[in-house]
Design a protein around this ligand. Sequence first.
Ligand code: NAP
Ligand code: HSE
Length: 441
Amino acid sequence: MSKCNKLGIGLAGFGTVGSGVWNTLEKNGALISERTGKGVSLAITKILVRDPKKSRSTTSAVPSEILTTHWKDLVNDPAVDIVVELIGGTTDAFEIVAAALLAKKPVVTGNKALLAERGVELFAISRKMETPIFFEAAIAGGIPIVKTVQDSFIGNQIHSFTGIINGTSNYILEQMTLRGIDYPTALQEAQSLGYAEADPALDVNGWDAAHKAILLATLAYGFPIDPANIHVSGIEQVRPTDIRFAKSLGYVIKLLAVIRERDGGAVELRVQPSFISHKHILASVNGVFNAVSVNSDAAGESLFYGRGAGQGPTASSVIADLVEAARDLAHTSHHRGFLPYRESGTLVPIEETSTAYYVRFDVTDRPGVVAEIATVIAKHKIGISGTHSPVDASNPDAEFVDMVFLLHSCPFGKLTNALAEIETLNCINSTPVVFRIENLG
Ligand code: NAP
Ligand code: HSE
């Protein structure tokens, strides 16, 4: 630390979250300083942006001399004690975080893609330099789930997490369900509200949630997880017809992250749109809200709920980490951040994970189609609990129609084999869409 408990912050990124950090420090800085103890105060001394001329929605003027477009100006500035990375992505962000750690400057980041994709390299540098990386904002926005898992649950064996951990997808699904608006309009709204990633494909293809799920699993089970080894699908394929059909059966559709430790220690990890009972508590988690249900041996079932994205909630988590880093530097406490503590572990192959399924086929409407599909499903020894063909009221004589099958629980691998065979039938026009039906108890 360069000065008497006055800590300089280098803020890399001044968009939705970065400007939220500025505004919150402006508003609550004195209170934070009092609470931090020993007169620790935090001041943003350098800000990295792409375009210094852009107008910023901050509650007070930002001196132009603290803006820079060169990340080295920020990391190498002796007035910067802590580096906050909020630019996103895995390339420049990696350079910044690695350089900060190598300069022994603690890092606070909200960048789940960076840590899930390149955490192995960064945590190794963190360990070598004995300099922590904090990432509360990277999982579930304003919900303090990282500290909860890492510190509050340290005495627990965690059996599972079941969570809604992408605010954008949850917002889109809710708006499509309640207001009946189409998918592109709902996505546009989520972007303008500051919920979506700079590349919103990550939100809707399930990978933002998957990055967070990887981090949660690493926190709980201690080993890094290669994103290439997990099964992810997003909400892009959810259509109003699925939402309506789910509702008629007493379900809602949620993008669900499921992380579960099996007997023997292998970890099941998947992110998929899923049907869940409308009576389950996660069914009422709407809009930008996230929820993570944690099942652990000592504490039992716990549920964490709050805003999963957006300026204020995310800034709240960034500032909590900043204070932790500041306390560490000012020696009022010692926190090592998080480091994976096992070199490796075992993931359950997705083919071996079982649930019931909702499968939507795009078929040519002619007699015998249901029987053709059902014959293949039966051949693969998968039980059918129902079939349905939602009629398109605007086009009742359509040649191509949706045909929905509800299937009993079976391993995903068995379903995949059956679907591969069904796809070769003449009546099938495109790849079937599969959603899980989760029995969450
Ligand atoms: P954002 O609004 O797009 O802001 C990104 C900021 O970074 C902008 O100020 C941009 O500069 C700057 N920037 C981007 N690339 C840069 C580069 N190569 N060099 C210099 N500056 C660069 O993003 P955000 O929503 O604040 O998200 C930031 C991070 O927080 C991401 O990792 C995201 O996943 C994470 N996060 C976001 C939320 C949320 O609700 N938004 C929640 C949790 C975590 P200009 O302003 O000049 O363009
Ligand atoms: N784009 C992310 C979401 C931001 O919608 O959940 C919070 O991580």
